[in-house]
Design a protein around this ligand. Sequence first.
Ligand code: ZN
Ligand code: ZN
Length: 567
Amino acid sequence: MDNKEYARILKEISILRQIRGDNHFKIRAYENGARAIENLADPLESLMDEGDITQIEGIGKSLAKELESLRETGVSSVHQELLVELDPGLLDLMKIQGLGPKRIKTLYDELGISNVDLLKEAAESGKIADVEGLGKKTQEKILAEIERLAQSSGRMPLPAARAIAYGVRDKLKEVKGVEAIDVAGSIRRGRETIGDIDILVATSGEPQPIFEAFVTLPEVEEVLVRGDTKTSARLRNGMQVDVRIVRPEQFGAALHYFTGSKEHHVKLRTRAKKMGLKINEYGVFPRDSDTPVASKTEEDLYACLDLQFIPPELREGRDEIDLAEESKVPKLVEASDMLGDLHMHTTETDGRNTILEMVEAAKARNYRYIAITDHSQAVTVAGGMTPNRFEAQIAQIREINQELEDFRIYSGIEVDILKDGSLDMDHDLLRETDWVVASVHSHFNLPKEEMTARVIRAVESGLVHCLGHATGRILGGRDGYDLDIGQVMDACAVHGVAMEINGSTGRLDLNADLARMAHDRGVKIVLTSDAHSTRGLEDLDYALQQARRAGLTKADIMNTAPELSLG
Ligand SMILES: [Zn+2]
Ligand SMILES: [Zn+2]
């Protein structure tokens, strides 16, 4: 099991215990344990192997014991008991924004509400409004939330799904007989939300031992279908994973087929037909033959349709086939093009690592520079910087730079755009620092015109280099704020302010469509991780995939340049 899974189970125990009304010291112990595990840099299991995990702050003796047995058996008896005694549906109620354990306990105690359906019923019949401490307004909010959840049902934000899929892939890669393995489906194309996970394996040996290895993974909860070429299972987190096994010589055709999209395939099939060919999951064939003309690689497949190779991110059935026909598919930006990251936080505010630790992690990613962009003081929950602290950090970074060879830290800030559009920092310091990202972190509910004017005022200030997470949406969480994004983009283009594709797991903001739109309007694009830890730097990969979906090339992205050039 990975750390996330351990933390999730502890968290669920703490929530269920709160609903049951247990002793709050016990509840706290699970909460602290979950947080401690979430914050670990290393896998909990390797720490268990190395020795005593009670050394970790937040993990006491009895919790350590429970974790050990959880590891051994794959289940926690405390967790299981709670789920039997209460109701697993109570945990789903936590997905309703505005409901925490306390309110859920009230609803459970007063109205016997133990799942989302019952909650909906009670809200619709007006019963929630009568509960003390909740009221009519809460009832309306709950109904709106249920509606929103239903619409996004079953889909998971790309970053979370991709991390799970890569985890399964990496484990199966080690299984004997696996000659090639890849994640296909919408994850490979980089869609923002994911319905289920498709994994494709090539073997010239027996498929069953590989399927067996898959269904016995600790994250698998239930096997849905077990066949000769395909096995489906549901993971503990609810995600469905389909594993298909093919012969190595069919791998490219199958990978292509299961990567989609449907729309792309429809257009390709039409083209194949016109050329006297047919195309399916086994390859490209002459119309009346069972001997494929291409099947081993995706490159072969496009080549025999007289097409330039089309990267997965562009296979959406738009204009990609026309472009490929004329050899005009853009050379999309790649991971190796990225030479720096321009949005991250450190221990100075809400990050978990120091500047130097971020530098080391950035070097490991072959970057030549980073910008440190801690919060300004308006973000009190993050411990935002006062002007004095910011000034000291600028000086500190200058000093560190003197010691560094072949690497540069840019001093920067993620300055808050205040309600009226002014910037939450002394202007002289903003002029002095190397890189200014400006973002909205408060007053999300302004009317559209006011919000647009607010952001544009910051863009026009002459002090900002980049607009941070411009729409403010949280994937699977909240919609972006009401904003005339086109007008904001035009202002950015005029004032030479870049816009970021913020890859942090919940955001992907701008998304691919908006990034394309910004680029087309002449806005410079920056890819960032918005990392809050050394590990968080990996989130730039999600921004990269969105940039590729937007059809952007190396030249379109600012931080592919060997150094920051402003102006
Ligand atoms: Zn931010
Ligand atoms: Zn940030």
